[in-house]
Design a protein around this ligand. Structure first.
Ligand SMILES: [Zn+2]
Length: 196
């Protein structure tokens, strides 16, 4: 970008000697977000999250994806997941994904962390959508990249705008969010067995 030699003081913040207040600085930032790609975003609230989604663009992107990454990979973990996908996905997450335009059979980046010393087996997989995160629940936990919250003793759902593993069919249509599913196999049974 080419800047004029003498900058307009209205666009310089007070602490740098201009006349722009922090509040106006934020408004300008919001304005630039508003005028860049003007997308028909719909706001969706879910479990304390506020998300924006372009459902039409998300559906069009999924239509371009031929198969899930697990169907293409076909390693032992991916085959186990393919056979159990609908069992592992929490019904509330499934209902949300329908509203977002996500196809649950076209996940990406499945990882199985295998049973740990306590027999806890963690499945982790992603679904992209075209949209933005407006706000996360106050109670959300974070693993550094993804903020997430529990839907049950054995299922958590998170969202991140750092969607580096997501393909071109999504990124070419606008800003991308990846929803991340965590299924903690055996956790519900353990919670039920513990004396309360
Ligand atoms: Zn695999």
């Amino acid at each position: 970008m080419i800047l004029p030699k003498v900058r307009d003081p209205r666009f310089i913040t007070l602490r740098r000697g201009g006349t722009l207040t922090d509040a106006d600085h934020h408004l300008l930032a919001r304005l630039s977000l508003d005028v860049i790609p003007r997308l028909p975003m719909q706001t969706i609230e879910f479990n304390g999250w506020v998300l924006e989604v372009d459902r039409g663009a998300t559906e069009a992107a999924y239509a371009e994806v031929v198969a899930s990454s697990t169907a293409e990979c076909r390693c032992a973990d991916c085959l186990r997941f393919d056979a159990r996908r609908s069992e592992l996905l929490h019904p509330a997450a499934r209902a949300l994904f329908r509203r977002l335009g996500v196809e649950e059979g076209k996940e990406i980046d499945l990882t199985n962390f295998g049973p740990d010393a306590n027999g806890l087996d963690i499945w982790d997989w992603l679904y992209p959508f075209v949209g933005r995160i407006v706000s996360a629940p106050v109670k959300a936990e974070s693993n550094g990249q993804t903020a997430f919250s529990s839907l049950s003793a054995d299922f958590a759902l998170g969202f991140s705008e750092q969607a580096t593993l997501v393909g071109e069919p999504f990124h070419k249509r606008g800003p991308v969010v990846q929803a991340e599913c965590f299924y903690y196999e055996g956790n519900a049974a353990r919670a039920a067995a513990e004396p309360s």
